[in-house]
Design a protein around this ligand. Sequence first.
Ligand SMILES: C[S@@+](CC[C@H](N)C(=O)[O-])C[C@H]1O[C@@H](n2cnc3c(N)ncnc32)[C@H](O)[C@@H]1O
Length: 386
Amino acid sequence: MVSAKTWKREFIREQEEEEVAMKVEVEEILHMVGGLGEEQAIGKAKPIVEKSISEVYCTLLPQNLVIVDLGCSSGPTAFMVISNILSAIVPDLCHRLSHHRSPEISFFLNDLPGNDFNTIFKSLTKLEKMVREEIKELKDLPYYVFGAPGSFYGKLFPRDSIHFTHSSYSLHWLSQVPQSLQDYEDTPINCGNIYIAKDSPSGVSRSYLEQFQQDFSMFLKLRAEEIISGGQMVLTFLGRTNLDPLRGEMTYLLELLAEALNSFVSEGLLEKEKVDQFNMPFYAPAMEEVREIIMNQGSFNLHQEYIFELNWDPHDSCDGEFVSDNKLSGENAAKCVRAALEPMLASYFGEEIIDTLFSRYAENVAKHLLKQKTKLVNFTIALKKI
Ligand SMILES: C[S@@+](CC[C@H](N)C(=O)[O-])C[C@H]1O[C@@H](n2cnc3c(N)ncnc32)[C@H](O)[C@@H]1O
């Protein structure tokens, strides 16, 4: 029999090994935090979330309504989702309470294991106080919040246990950088770029699309197992309006970042190979690609889709085609991209280049905005389990 001491030693060793393995595998995406307009996107998608969750509740009338937020991060948006959902269903729910036993609501907040779940849990009491003050009908209706660490490209919940799944600004992150971005001799094929760019060899966009197809199909398959019949999902993620991947809106934004990185190569401050080998584990699909994957996978009906644009500069609320202050908008946009990508770039290229990298990037964005006010394209889709 294994003694408690040996078991404990073994357990600690295994945990350490697991931590190292996990760091290597998801190292690049562990720290992706907010930055690119998540708050505005959640606001835009709110009516679709409200409609979908009310529909689920009214059709299924569950005693314990189970809701999941995938890729919740640790910022205030995790709470926004909870309070939006509560305000969407609680008044209706209370209306029915005179006839039904009070239901309970469970929220499962998911993100990668490296996410700062502690920050979320430390703020829950404050959130509860605010939410109960804001939504008067909530009164003492019980709701619970749980953490669910793990990748949404793997199994997360028991079969038939979830009524409503939400995810915002997370599904454009792939499970990995497409492996076929290296040729059979391990030589990088997307040299000088960090994502699909207009001068990328033809295989690059195909590799990205194939990785997205594989990941998104797997995501749908897994969620279909967890969501009960009649349950729904609302997903918001970055996309593109142009079917041609070389002319996607994110292509422009990331080409300008690659340009800033390449300026370090020209000055001998970064090795060319280092930049050549770096690619983002990210894909902004066209809606046609999304529809095709959903149809081929076959577990969900796409019953609502909404495409909306946001300015690169989140402080620019003007819908017009021109920016009023391109320098300021360049700086604001660069700050947002920095918030989202800094940990990943710093861990790969080193902390020391980050300040200069993003000030060069801000200049590049400012120049681009003078020529064209390119926008971030967002998709919100509502899916019903078949
Ligand atoms: C930009 S944040 C979005 C946070 C929040 N949902 C919002 O809308 O503000 C993207 C989040 O997705 C998480 N993420 C990326 N890939 C993931 C995966 N495979 N499984 C779970 N979470 C993932 C990241 O860790 C990050 O916290």
